[in-house]
Design a protein around this ligand. Structure first.
Ligand code: FAD
Ligand code: DHB
Length: 424
């Protein structure tokens, strides 16, 4: 058992999945004195090495700092105040901070956030069970849910007041909800993203989202030494079809500008193809099971909303648990799904809109392509369009439970057991 010695047989909130959603939930609950156990099917090394997101919204950044896990992000991350849209051989800057009262985004890799959260949970004596196999959830239509799992060649059972399903899109929690009690909304896209990591200096001071008749591309960054680039591809293509020279030629063609912008090549040390889909589960709650993050919804990556949505869900859900354990009131828990879904659908719309505007649709007619150009031109020239884009990009507000916020403030960071004691 990694983390702390052995999992207890009972906890207040049992959390499935040690991704950003599960770990952050466990961390926030701990700050309010609420016990949790996190069950994760993979090893700690695997979890800490999974390369995914890189853009943190202002609200995500604020929450990590307020809750005491932002120190390394502030040292190593890089704050961006704008992004570039590039099409027709020209760049158009969207001044995010100017348009949103000074809000910004932070470039800091998801696996670094994960490392910071795991470190904080273990330092605070929290239990994370890595390599938990064959996790199954039971009796979550009652007040006594149970989780069974295998670990160290033994079968374990964990009882709790609630289960938080934070186990991502391929997890076990969502499919465990009876089909009659859930509705799913989905959209597939006829393209994917080819992503690479390169040893090179930053290509640009701000992210570049580029539309080109050959397809979309994106210039992002991870650090002064490591850059992240993506380009639209066939989702069924294979990495083997893309030797480095072909990748560089494709990116150079898609990112070229009339004034001769140059893309310096560097050693590529990671390649991968990402599928793109939109998906929403309604509701995000069933009995004593609450779903958060990718377990409940997926967005296509254009606009960088996935991780940030997981964080927003967890903020709403932790408020609801804090309110419940402090007062016995279930209002926050009962409203969790409706509150979270309002923001989820706004992000679904934004991600779909960004994707539709910036990608090449092979099966679309010239009429459709002209519409995309019209949209891009409006974003490049209209203050109103830019403001709407910037507000969504830096992150829409999260609806908080006023009571839970007050309780949290009163408790002060790191006071344990003040509100949870005696209720379990
Ligand atoms: P996950 O990160 O998927 O974590 C779920 C965890 O549950 C995993 O550790 C998994 O091993 C575990 N698990 C699964 N099944 C079980 C089981 N049966 N039992 C126990 N444990 C289980 N989002 C952004 O906001 N900004 C970006 O810039 C961005 N870029 C992205 C780039 C790429 C290439 C990709 C793929 C995604 C990107 N995203 C981005 C999306 C973001 O990475 C996800 O939305 C985010 O990881 C969701 O977090 P989560 O905790 O809900 O789920
Ligand atoms: C990154 C990913 C995104 O989906 C995006 O819109 C911007 C940046 C990234 O991985 O850096």
């Amino acid at each position: 058992m990694t983390g702390n010695v052995s999992a207890p047989a009972r906890t207040q909130v049992a959390i499935v999945g040690a991704g950003p959603a599960g770990l952050l939930l466990s961390h926030l609950l701990n700050l309010a004195g609420i016990e949790s156990v996190v069950l994760e099917s993979r090893s700690r090394a695997d979890v800490e090495a999974t390369l995914r997101a890189g853009v943190l919204e202002q609200g995500t950044v604020d929450l990590l700092i307020e809750s005491g896990v932002g120190e390394r992000m502030l040292l190593e991350g890089s704050l961006h105040h704008g992004i570039e849209f590039r099409f027709g051989g020209r760049g158009h800057r969207i001044p995010l901070s100017e348009l949103t009262d000074g809000r910004a985004i932070m470039l800091y890799a998801q696996h670094e956030v994960i490392k910071d959260l795991i470190h904080a949970r273990l330092a605070a004596g929290g239990t994370i069970v890595f390599d938990a196999r064959n996790v199954t959830i039971h009796d979550f239509d009652s007040a006594k849910p149970r989780i069974r799992f295998e670990h160290d060649e033994r079968v374990h059972e964990l009882r709790s007041d609630f289960i938080a399903g934070c186990d991502g899109y391929h997890g076990v929690c969502r499919p465990s909800v009876p089909p009659a009690a859930r509705q799913e909304f989905a959209r597939a896209y006829p393209f994917g993203w080819f992503g690479i990591l390169v040893n090179a200096r930053p290509y640009s001071p701000e992210l570049i989202y580029a539309y080109h008749e050959r397809g979309f591309s994106l210039v992002s960054t991870r650090s002064h030494e490591v850059q992240r680039l993506y380009f639209q591809c066939d989702p069924h293509d294979s990495v083997d079809n893309w030797p480095d020279e072909r990748i560089w030629a494709e990116l150079a063609a898609r990112l070229e500008t009339d004034d001769g912008w140059e893309l310096k090549q560097g050693p590529i040390f990671q390649k991968g193809i990402i599928a793109m889909r939109s998906f929403v589960l309604e509701p995000m709650q069933f009995g004593t099971l609450f779903l958060a993050g990718d377990a409940a919804h997926i967005v296509p990556p254009t606009g960088a909303k996935g991780l940030n949505l997981a964080v927003a869900d967890v903020r709403v859900l932790s408020d609801a648990f804090i309110e419940y354990y402090a007062t016995g009131r279930r209002d926050g828990l009962e409203h969790y799904s409706a509150t979270a879904l309002e923001r989820v659908w706004a992000a679904e719309h934004f991600s779909w809109w960004m994707t539709s505007m910036l990608h090449r649709y092979d099966d679309r007619d010239p009429f459709q392509q002209r519409l995309q150009f019209a949209q891009l031109n409006q974003v490049a020239s209209s203050h109103a369009f830019q403001t709407a884009l910037a507000e969504n990009y830096v992150g829409l507000p999260i609806r908080r439970r006023a009571l839970a916020e007050k309780l949290k403030r009163r408790s002060g960071a790191k006071t344990r057991r003040e509100f949870g004691a005696g209720i379990a």
